[in-house]
Design a protein around this ligand. Structure first.
Ligand code: ADP
Length: 634
């Protein structure tokens, strides 16, 4: 063993300790995946070397074939993985194998409940990577040297997977990384050629470079030990280059786990080869579960880019719009140059046409999923619906297609679950209904009971109930779907079009005429608080309601703007009253101007409360109400 210098012991970052603990306790039933994770890392390291060597061929150091070797020692109870990839420097080893670089990790760890069953789901969302070695090993030695560095600049990293790890500088002749797992007692089943071969075939067959295992050979005459011969055990070709018909679902699934660093199978995928003016292959996946950092601005997104089978970069963001940032996959182009950079990608017109084609592929894949696997699509929507709602604003060209993928809660629906699509909504619309009605608000409970829905309930018309923070903003980008326009039922002068009969309309006009006096009196009483006063046709049970002006901002938009520190234009509501309500009749007959004023302000404030708004002057409301209560009781 070579000399070790500059030996030091360092503590793991807190999050690493938490991850280690969680992993060892949640993955005991799926131990063998450690090999998949380590092979996946080794394959990434080789990809990186191959790419860097394009501009610095000396990194290949004479150029032996790029590969991964897995070996074992039954007596010593070890499994060893060796790659001749990019390798790590001492600093690399300290940061990469001692900390977790993902943003939002600390926050994520706070969600751990201590309940192993629940937490084991979370680990799936997080990905396990290198640390999975500690599922089966109670000591891990990593020997590594960065390609291009001197042999004397090797690093030996060693840890028992508890609180800390040791690093020392060592000689390492060959570039790359060797990982030695000292198996825990009871885990020596992994120090077995047959077992290792099976695990590799099962999880890592798709890895594009050879994975070799030692072959059992008899010792030559006169020699005590046989010479080691190596044998490739995986298929060793890039999965996406193979014809679709020859690829099994399991292979697609394992490949996904490798590129996405995910633990669960994907929900769906789409594998395509494009030939013609542009030539490229793509393999795109929809994950089953949202990653924990989906809403982190710096979270990894984008596809893995290959140029003529050579890995060029991770997280190439220019191939898909932001609202599809949860899609994982690879794209392999024959047209781009091998030294393409992120900056070039942003400007290249080739990328634009690839981007629109890939976007369409994803939307098609989602449409298919929604149509053929509605239950799975429900799950998809729960995980990614919020992100999809960013779509209409970002991707004008595909607005109609995205709108068709949206799901909403509705008055028809299941206690606020977002399951109603627009196509389905229109398919069961009332005869003569040429609008898509919706109502936005803070919570499902609030919108469900909103007085705005009274007339719709009476007429049996379905209304979409939108309570996500971004819904009002979303709707400002959607004007119609399938030729039918969207109508916010809390906005403007509700016109039910053909849904009101001629008689209804005539009757309404007559009522409005007969209440002109009351309208004028209310205008005087409410003064500055309202933009307008009018007779309502949308109420059956409530005395009054506040409608938003056609062009005014709704409550959600006001809140979003206020939260971002912007000045929000002042807008006043429209006060609509229900002429048939006994309170309004009472009001109409009220002789005292003072009482009329009090009662109309109370009705106004109540309408604001029912809409989920807060009162400008709650004390005045209470005072007026109490005054009336006192009068009532004498
Ligand atoms: P991830 O692969 O998700 O980034 P890991 O914990 O598996 O997380 O690995 C952390 C980092 O350690 C990798 O990103 C890589 O930089 C480095 N690493 C791990 N294995 C190797 C290897 N065989 N060769 C070179 N670097 C490696």
């Amino acid at each position: 063993m070579s000399v070790e210098t500059q030996k030091e012991t360092l503590g793991f970052q807190t999050e690493v300790k938490q991850l280690l603990h969680l992993m060892i306790h949640s993955l005991y039933s799926n131990k063998e995946i450690f090999l998949r994770e380590l092979i996946s890392n080794a394959s990434d390291a080789v990809d990186k070397l191959r790419f860097e060597a394009l501009s610095k061929p000396e990194l290949l150091e004479g150029g032996a074939e790029l590969k991964i070797r897995v070996s074992f020692d039954k007596d010593a109870k070890t499994v060893t993985l060796e790659d001749n990839g990019i390798g790590m420097s001492r600093e690399d080893a300290i940061t990469h194998l001692g900390t977790i670089a993902k943003s939002g990790t600390a926050d994520f760890m706070k969600h751990l409940s201590g309940d192993q069953k629940k937490d084991s789901h979370l680990i799936g969302q997080f990905g396990v990577g290198f640390y999975s070695a500690f599922i089966v090993a109670d000591k891990v030695d990593v020997f590594s040297r960065r390609a291009g560095a001197a042999a004397s600049e090797g690093v030996h990293w060693s840890s028992k997977g508890e609180g800390d790890f040791e690093v020392a500088t060592v000689e390492k002749a060959e570039r790359g990384t060797r990982i030695v797992l000292h198996l825990k007692s009871g885990e020596d089943e992994f120090a077995d050629g047959w077992r290792l071969r099976n695990i590799i075939k099962k999880y890592s067959d798709h890895i594009a470079l050879p994975i070799e295992l030692p072959k059992e050979v008899a010792a030559a005459e006169g020699e005590e030990k046989p010479a080691v011969e190596w044998e490739t055990v995986n298929r060793a070709s890039a999965l996406w280059t193979r014809p679709r018909t020859e690829i099994k679902d399991e292979e697609y699934q394992e490949f996904y786990k490798h590129i996405a660093h995910d633990f669960e199978n994907p929900l769906s995928w789409s594998h395509n080869k494009v030939e013609g003016k542009l030539e490229y292959s793509s393999l795109l996946y929809v994950p089953t579960r949202a990653p924990f950092d989906l809403y982190q601005r710096e979270a990894p997104k984008g596809l893995k880019l290959y140029v003529q089978r050579v890995f060029v970069m991770d997280q190439a963001e220019s191939f898909l719009p932001l609202y599809l940032r949860f899609i994982k996959g690879v794209v392999d182009s024959n047209d781009l140059s091998l030294n393409v950079s992120r900056e070039i990608l942003q400007k290249d017109p080739i990328i634009d046409s690839m981007k629109s084609a890939l976007t369409k592929r994803v939307l098609d894949m989602l449409e298919k999923l929604a149509k053929n696997e509605p239950e799975q699509y429900k799950g998809f929507w729960k995980n990614f619906g919020q992100v999809m709602k960013e779509g209409p604003a970002e991707d004008f060209a595909n607005k109609e297609k995205i709108a068709g993928l949206l799901r909403f809660a509705s008055t028809n629906g299941d206690e606020g679950e977002q399951v109603v699509g627009l196509t389905e909504y229109l398919a069961r619309a009332k005869e003569g209904q040429d609008k898509i009605y919706y109502l936005t608000g803070e919570t499902y409970a609030q919108v469900k009971n909103s007085p705005h829905l009274e007339v719709f309930r009476k007429k049996g018309i379905e209304v979409l109930l939108l309570t996500d923070r971004i819904d009002e903003w979303l709707m400002s980008y959607l004007s119609d779907f399938d030729g039918k326009s969207f109508v916010d039922v809390a906005r403007g002068d509700l016109d039910l079009g053909n849904l009101d009969s001629e008689e209804d309309k005539k009757a309404a006009e007559e009522v409005a005429k007969s209440k002109e006096g009351l309208v004028e009196r209310l205008k005087t009483a409410l003064g500055d608080s309202v933009a307008e006063v009018r007779v309502s046709h949308r109420l059956t049970d409530s005395p009054a309601i506040l409608a938003i002006g056609e062009q005014d901002l709704g409550m959600q938009m006001r809140q979003i703007l206020e939260a971002s520190g912007q000045k929000v234009p002042d807008s006043k509501p429209i006060f609509e009253f229900n002429p048939a309500h006994p309170l309004i009749e009472k009001l109409d007959n009220e002789q005292s101007d003072e009482r009329f004023g009090d009662l109309s302000h109370i009705l106004f404030d109540q309408a604001a409360l029912a809409a989920g708004d807060s009162l400008k002057d709650p004390a005045a409301y209470v005072r007026r109400l109490n005054k009336l209560l006192v009068e009532l009781s004498v």
